[in-house]
Design a protein around this ligand. Structure first.
Ligand SMILES: [Zn+2]
Length: 64
C-alpha cells in the first residue's frame, strides 16, 4: 500500500495521511473523472473556439 497522497494546501506529494508540513489531511490524487469522450469533446470545443477566435474560418468549415 503506497498510495501517493497530495496536500492541496502546500501542493506537495507525500505518503503520509497527514501533511508533515501543515498537519492537514492529505488527499489521494485520483485521475480526473471525466470520461475520455467528454474530455475529448471539451477539448475539441475549446480548440474550435480558439481557432475561431484567432482567425475566422473562411467558410464555417469548423461547424462539423
Ligand atoms: Zn501541507
Amino acid at each position: 500500500m503506497s498510495d501517493i497522497l497530495f496536500c492541496p494546501t502546500c501542493k506537495t506529494y507525500t505518503l503520509n495521511n497527514i501533511c508533515i508540513r501543515c498537519k492537514k489531511k492529505t488527499i489521494t490524487k485520483k485521475p480526473p473523472k471525466f470520461s475520455p469522450q467528454d474530455h475529448y469533446g471539451e477539448y475539441r470545443r475549446k480548440l474550435k473556439k480558439r481557432i475561431k477566435k484567432e482567425k475566422k474560418p473562411d467558410k464555417e468549415k469548423e461547424n462539423v
